[in-house]
Design a protein around this ligand. Structure first.
Ligand SMILES: O=C[C@H](O)[C@H](O)COP(=O)(O)O
Ligand SMILES: C=C(OP(=O)(O)O)C(=O)O
Length: 454
């Protein structure tokens, strides 16, 4: 990785990187010790970048291709990564799930897939409420391992800036493991059967095995023809997270010495959440200053004018691939709200890559009290997203999912028919429910069909 980047010390601000500090920043922790936060930010500002600007620039080109319908973005991972789960097995399971989904999509729809994890930095969460009450005791809400601990004790819930450094270190280790898996042979397409080994037989796995066999046959045929398969050994895999805690994102921003542009080197792709996308807010201001490809989540209250104004602010040069709109309307709203937004944005000449997040508009509380989603709702929002783009002649460019490679029981339904009673079996997420491995593969098969029709 090239490290041709210069630190921009907070407070010395040639690129306007600190201007966000003058604006309202929602969803920020109340750090108890400003001095300690500043010391941490200074140390992080001197630390090595986690990604290289050149990689982020290549991703911009890939996302531009997705926006034109020449590729498809698959972005997935935990709702909230945890420090405790940043081990090789869990990371491998997530990477493998994304690789398997990508194989299904590429094979089913003959479309190159841009692979991206919500990984190696997804440690901060926006919350509906600042506090949580249990049995009459009220404490600050858990805001992700980057901010405070999940344990319901006063000590654990106090925001601790040293966690920003821990998030950096764990992200670096995770990124290293991801590079090992994606560059070291594990992701070799000739391992396509191997990725499925050990899973129980069920319809999604049996279907995956058939796909893998067809890919195997095609590879053997091409090998017999003398093809060179070096390109199959490695995959491009990008890292992303929500750019929520601005002190962290600012501290990891560097100036690329080749281009003179500022990059947030905490990830290749950063997105602004639905709760922090105010046009005059700190998050929009900060991300307008970095050159990474960025996303904005658009919920059901988004007006076409909001979307156009965000695009003008975040991508004034209308650079293809720079801006992705991740729509998360909910299954009940997608067909009602999305058409007008897409139509007016398109009519305004705004170049954007459209991606669906079918998770965040479909969260419910089950009768047994779990925060969950119905698998059928998730699929229906994706279906609605494709229908809307089809009817407008615009491009459905990708899928943004909360998923895990493990056999959790957090989302209702799927071919294993997880019921309300079944949620308790392996409900492990600390914030929002994720698709398990098998539900993720099922989704990929359904989307491959929609992509083929695209
Ligand atoms: O992942 C998204 C948000 O952080 C999450 O949905 C907020 O959850 P809450 O409503 O439980 O705070
Ligand atoms: C908080 C998230 O989403 P949204 O901003 O769309 O609610 C998320 O993706 O984790």
């Amino acid at each position: 990785m090239t490290t041709a980047v210069d630190t921009v010390v907070p407070g010395t601000d040639p690129q306007g990187l600190d201007r966000f500090r003058e604006l309202e920043a929602r969803q920020q922790p109340r750090w108890p010790d400003a001095g300690e936060l500043e010391a941490v930010a200074r140390r992080l500002a001197g630390a090595a970048p986690l990604v290289a600007p050149a990689e982020a620039q290549l991703l911009t080109e890939r996302l531009a291709a997705a926006g034109r319908g020449e590729a498809f973005l698959l972005q997935g991972g935990d709702c909230a990564e945890t420090f405790a789960d940043a081990n090789a097995t869990r990371i491998r399971n997530k990477v493998r799930t994304i690789l398997q989904m990508a194989v299904i999509l590429t094979h089913g729809a003959s479309t190159p897939v841009v692979k991206m994890g919500r990984l190696a930095g997804q440690y901060a969460k926006p919350r509906s409420s600042d506090s949580e009450t249990r049995d009459g005791v009220t404490l600050p809400a858990y805001r992700g391992d980057m901010v405070n601990g999940h344990a319901f004790t006063t000590q654990s819930r106090v925001p601790d800036p040293r966690r920003l450094e821990q998030a950096y270190r764990v992200s670096a280790a995770t990124a290293n493991v991801v590079r090992g898996f994606t560059q070291g042979g594990f992701a070799d397409l000739r391992q396509v059967h191997e990725w499925n080994r050990g899973f129980m037989r069920n319809p999604a796995y049996a279907r995956y095995e058939r796909t893998a066999s067809e890919i195997d046959r095609a590879i053997r045929f091409m090998a017999a023809c003398g093809a060179d398969f070096d390109a199959l050994r490695t995959v491009e895999f990008y890292l992303s997270h929500e750019a929520l805690i601005l002190d962290y994102e600012r501290a990891l921003t560097r100036v690329d010495t080749r281009t003179g542009r500022a990059y947030d080197t905490s990830a290749h792709f950063l997105w602004i959440g639905e709760r922090t996308r105010q046009l005059d807010g700190a998050h929009v201001e900060f991300l307008s200053r970095v050159a990474n490809p960025i996303g904005v989540k658009l919920g059901p209250t988004t007006s076409p004018d909001d979307a156009i104004a965000l695009a003008e602010r975040l991508n004034p040069d209308n650079e293809p691939g720079r801006l992705t709109f991740v729509t998360r309307m909910g299954t009940g709203k997608v067909r009602e709200v999305l058409p007008e937004v897409v139509r007016k944005v398109t009519d305004a000449g705004v170049v954007v890559t459209w991606v669906t997040d079918p998770m965040h508009g479909n969260t419910i509380r089950s009768a047994s009290g779990y925060k969950t989603r119905r698998f059928a709702d998730v699929l229906d929002e994706v279906t609605g997203f494709f229908e809307v783009h089809r009817s407008l002649g615009t491009v459905p460019g990708g899928l943004h999912m909360e998923l895990t490679g493990d056999d959790v029981t957090e989302v209702l339904g799927g071919s294993e028919e997880i019921s309300d009673d079944g949620l308790a079996l392996r409900y492990e997420t600390l914030v929002d429910p994720r698709l398990n491995h098998q539900q993720s593969l099922e989704t990929a098969f359904q989307v491959a069909q929609m992509l083929t029709d695209r």
